[in-house]
Design a protein around this ligand. Structure first.
Ligand code: COA
Ligand code: ZN
Length: 307
C-alpha cells in the first residue's frame, strides 16, 4: 500500500512573508478557511519574528488567537529565537519550527546570527519545546545551495540534522530555499539522512525557481519521504535569499501525487478555489502549471458552449 502523504501548507507564512501588500488578518483567515475546505489539515500559520524584519507577520498573535481549532488540524509557527518561541507559546502554539541555515552568511542575513549562534539558539528552542510538550521541528535552510556561499556540503547538513534531533526536534525539514537543487542531489542527501534517522523524521521544502520542485519531491518520495511543504498558488519566496522564487504550488503537488496514486485527502477543486482567494490577498494572478491548465480547459468549455 502507498503511504498517505502529509502536505504542510506554508502559504500563510512562507507564501505571504515577502508580499508587498500587507494582508489584513481577516483575509489571511479567509484564505485559511478556503484551504481547510479543500482538506488541508497541516499549516504553518505564521512566524513570530521581528515585525521590523517581516512586517507581514506583525499580526502573528492576533492570527493565532483567531485560528479555527479542531482535533485534526495542526498549526505550526516559525520562531527564529527564544523571544519568538515565548511569543508563540503564549499565543497557544502547539508546534514550532526553528530556521537554521546551513551556511554562515545565510544565518547572518536571515536572523542576524552567526552559524554557531544559530545552532545554539535553535538547539535551546528545541530543548525548550520538548520540555514544554510542544512539537519542535527544525528547518535546515539552504540545505543544497546558498545564494551567498554556493554549494553546501552534505556533511554540514548531516551534522546539523543530528544536532537538532539530539536537542529534541521531532522532524527535520530539508529546505531548498533558493530552488537550486536537482533530483539527483535530493536523492543523495535524503539517502544520507534516511540512513541515519529514517524517512519519517524528514520532510521536504522545495522552491520552484527553476521548475524542478516537483521532480525534487518525487526523488524524496521514492525514498519513502511522506511529508512535504507546499504553498497555495506557488506563493512565496524568502525575502533574505536573493533569487528565491515561489514555493512549489500546493495544487501542482496534489495533482502529481493523486495522479501517481498517492493519497493526500485534499480536493483539487477546493484548491482551485483557494488559489482564487490567495490571488485576492496579493492582488495578482498566481498558480503553477496545473491551475493554468485547468483555467484553459474551463475557458475552452465556455467558448464551446457560447458557440
Ligand atoms: N519577535 C518579535 N520581536 C523580536 C523578536 C521576535 N522573535 N526577536 C527580537 N525582536 C525584537 C527585539 O525586541 C528588538 O526590538 P526593539 O528594536 O523594538 O528593541 C528588535 O527585534 C531587535 O532585536 P535583536 O535581538 O537585536 O534582533 P536582531 O535585530 O538581531 O534580529 C531577528 C534578529 C531574528 C529577530 C530578526 O532577524 C528576524 O525576525 N528575522 C526573521 C527572518 C525571517 O522571518 N526570515 C524568513 C523565514 S526563513
Ligand atoms: Zn521557503
Amino acid at each position: 500500500m502507498i503511504a498517505p502523504i502529509t502536505i504542510n501548507e506554508v502559504g500563510l507564512r512562507d507564501g505571504l512573508q515577502n508580499q508587498p501588500r500587507l494582508v489584513p488578518t481577516a483575509e489571511k483567515l479567509a484564505l485559511l478557511d478556503a484551504l481547510r475546505a479543500a482538506g488541508l489539515r497541516h499549516f504553518e500559520a505564521t512566524s513570530f519574528v521581528s515585525p521590523k524584519a517581516v512586517p507581514q507577520m506583525a499580526d502573528a498573535a492576533a492570527l493565532y488567537a483567531a485560528l479555527p481549532q479542531d482535533e485534526a488540524t495542526e498549526y505550526a509557527a516559525l520562531v527564529p529565537n527564544r523571544r519568538g518561541y515565548d511569543r508563540a507559546r503564549a499565543a497557544g502554539a502547539r508546534a514550532v519550527a526553528v530556521v537554521l541555515s546551513c551556511t554562515e552568511t545565510m544565518n547572518q542575513r536571515n536572523i542576524n546570527m552567526t552559524l554557531a549562534q544559530a545552532r545554539r539558539v535553535s538547539a535551546e528552542v528545541m530543548q525548550q519545546a520538548r520540555a514544554d510538550g510542544l512539537i519542535g521541528r527544525a528547518y535546515l535552510a539552504v540545505a543544497f545551495h546558498c545564494p551567498f556561499e554556493g554549494p553546501v556540503d552534505p556533511a554540514v547538513v548531516r551534522a546539523l540534522a543530528a544536532e537538532m534531533i539530539g536537542a529534541g526536534a521531532r522532524e527535520i525539514i530539508i529546505a531548498d530555499t533558493s530552488g537550486a537543487a536537482d533530483p539527483l542531489h535530493v536523492a543523495r542527501l535524503f539517502d544520507l539522512l534516511i540512513g541515519e534517522h529514517g524517512a519519517a523524521m524528514l520532510s521536504g521544502h522545495f522552491h520552484d525557481t527553476k521548475g524542478l520542485a516537483l521532480a525534487n519531491c518525487f526523488a524524496a518520495l521514492e525514498r519513502g519521504v511522506t511529508k512535504f511543504d507546499a504553498s497555495i498558488g506557488g506563493l512565496g519566496g524568502c525575502p533574505f535569499a536573493p533569487g528565491a522564487a515561489g514555493n512549489l504550488a500546493t495544487e501542482d503537488l496534489v495533482n502529481m501525487l493523486e495522479t501517481a496514486g498517492y493519497e493526500t485527502g485534499i480536493d483539487l477543486d477546493g484548491l482551485a478555489a483557494a488559489v482564487t482567494v490567495a490571488e485576492g490577498c496579493v492582488g495578482r494572478e498566481l498558480g503553477g502549471r496545473w491551475i493554468a491548465w485547468r483555467r484553459s480547459q474551463a475557458a475552452r468549455r465556455q467558448s464551446r458552449a457560447a458557440s
